[in-house]
Design a protein around this ligand. Sequence first.
Ligand SMILES: [Fe+2]
Length: 269
Amino acid sequence: MTHGQAAAPVDRQTGSATQDQITAEIIASHAEQERAERASTDGREPPLTTLDFAPYRSSILRHPTKNPKLVDPETIELYSPAFGERDVAPIEADLTAQHNGEPQGEKITVSGRLLDTRGRPIPSQLIEIWQANASGRYIHQRDQHPAPLDPHFTGAGRAITGASGEYSFTTIKPGPYPWRNHQNAWRPAHIHFSVFGRAFTQRLVTQMYFPGDPLFALDPIYNSIRNQADRDRLLSRYDHDANVPEVSRALLFDIVVDGPDSTWFEDAS
Ligand SMILES: [Fe+2]
């Protein structure tokens, strides 16, 4: 569905709506969702299942309009990921060590576990992250907002989950950045996550957020997730005791791949 960047041509021009108009649309959409959920619980209407979210403008054009195509699981297995564990070096999990100098910004560690619905760890899967730098700038030709690139920060890393499903990245806290959904549109700071491996037939993609961000209520992408519990599960948690003293602060972010407490994943088509 999205990486929050100005990726598609429709995103290249700033939308005409003001933040107040977008916020009103978000509130109205959530009210409609709640009304539909109540009606569905009463059995009066089928549940609301649309994947488009009007305040998030490009989702109107990009959301799936057809049911997923059913495929033979044995056929799919022929195309399952075939990366080797030796292909991913431990240093790739340290985004602050990919160049000859230290990147600007607050150094953080982002750690967690990859779990199934019963809390069992999922080892040996590929976790990839990508993010803006401390100034909110991606190394991407379409990202032209006037914040500085950091010659010491690429903003991409990957790791293989360990025997307990654990992973850990060392990186820089990304800055919020403007995008062109509407006037004065800013994304809350976030890190994009992808989970992929032999345990999955589909790549799972989501975004991790930082607690207490004042942009949450204003952001159409965050608010395209309809249930607050699903949004809350995308928040990392600050763990003071896990800090590396004098070096970095620690954030925890577990990823649950299925079940009622699953992490919310973007449409990965
Ligand atoms: Fe992003």
